[in-house]
Ligand binder design. Structure first.
Ligand code: TYM
Length: 332
């Protein structure tokens, strides 16, 4: 029997997750877990590159695990774990740092954005973020990495680092490939549809958080920016607001973009926005309820994390020990 290919992805347990994270990452993982050997991490080491409140970070770690499971990610099929539970991530990151150039890191778009947003705390971790991400992926010899469009540049650098190391020694790392959704790889801000919807954006009306209740979701969609004209047509260049709403609707209603357009042909923007809001709110409500039920069962969540950490540490340890041998670390 063919061995399953390995797939790796992670989300930071910061702020509230948005429907961008849900669509761009989690819905994609759901289908993939059937076909691949999946590792899905909670990237708390990435999270501290921006200052976090310790109690909140702890709480959000379990919240995110509960959300993974509530969305249908099955701990019996996938390895779910917390990044800091597996020390090999920090260890491989250190080695990979010596294969990464400062200039490359300074050119990363997300580093430039975040340094501008957190000018008071442009720490080394913020700059090193893509190398830690490369370590995450390479430790598991992942062939595929499903992420949203905003992570494309980080994935490219992970590939470069893997190839650089393989060329310097001998094939050690699988060179990973990104898996990007055709629809939904970039959900945009409802108030500024040229910009990605983000957990940390300034205007909370622009983002739909998974924790928003029905009234809030509908209110935010009613206020969403649309475009001139009145036609409900998918045309991201000329109608970014309407196209973003059609994308969201198509994913949440499980329809193609042309089916989504057909549902609203001849309708006005008001009806359209209300329908998108209701569709999204109706999908989120049961997820939130299931997440709350799981959060109350800390013993179960801890048992998932313990099993996940053991399995992840086993795989990661094998890669790390190969790397240490190749670079000449004396082993006892
Ligand atoms: P994070 O936590 O910022 O985002 C998690 C996932 O959500 C996707 N995403 C979006 N997709 C569509 N539309 C949006 N508006 C949107 N916003 C976010 C992101 O692309 C991502 O897939 N560095 C990563 C976490 C990470 C990781 C890894 C990912 C750490 N190590 C190894 C893959 C492999 C991050 O910050 O994601």
């Amino acid at each position: 029997m063919d061995e399953k290919k390995t797939l790796y992805s992670a989300i930071q347990p910061t702020n509230n997750l948005t429907i961008g994270n849900y669509v761009g990452a989690i819905t994609n993982w759901l289908k993939l877990q059937e076909e691949y050997d999946c590792y899905f991490a909670i990237a708390n080491m990435h999270a501290i590159t921006v200052r976090q409140d310790p109690a909140e970070l702890r709480r959000k770690t379990l919240d995110l695990l509960a959300l993974y499971i509530a969305c249908g990610i099955d701990p019996a099929k996938c390895c779910l774990y917390v990044q800091s539970h597996v020390p090999a991530h920090a260890e491989l990151c250190w080695v990979l740092n010596t294969f990464t150039y400062v200039g490359e890191m300074e050119r990363m778009t997300q580093f430039k954005d975040k340094s501008a947003r957190h000018a008071e705390n442009v720490n080394m971790g913020l700059m090193d973020y893509p190398v830690l991400m490369a370590a995450d992926i390479l430790l598991y010899q992942a062939q595929y990495v499903p992420v949203g469009e905003d992570q494309r540049q980080h994935l490219e650098i992970a590939r470069d680092i893997a190839q650089r190391f393989n060329n310097a020694y001998s094939p050690t790392f699988t060179v990973p490939e990104g898996l990007f959704l055709k629809v939904g790889a970039k959900i945009n801000d409802l108030q500024d549809p040229q910009k990605k919807m983000s957990k940390s954006c300034e205007n909370p009306n622009g983002s739909i958080f998974l924790s928003d209740d029905k009234d809030t979701v509908i209110r935010k969609f009613k206020r969403a920016v649309t475009d001139s004209g009145s036609e409900i047509k998918y045309d991201p260049e000329n109608k970014p607001g309407v196209s973003n709403l059609l994308t969201i609707y198509s994913v949440f209603a499980g329809k193609s973009i042309s089916e989504a357009e057909a549902d609203f042909s001849g309708k006005g923007y008001g009806d359209f926005k209300l329908a998108v809001g209701e569709t999204v709110a109706d999908r989120l409500a049961p997820l939130r309820a299931e997440q709350a039920r799981l959060i109350a069962d800390k013993e179960y969540l801890d048992s998932v994390l313990k099993a996940g950490a053991e399995r992840a540490a086993h795989t990661a340890g094998r890669t790390l020990s190969k790397v240490y041998k190749k670079i000449g670390f004396y082993q006892i």
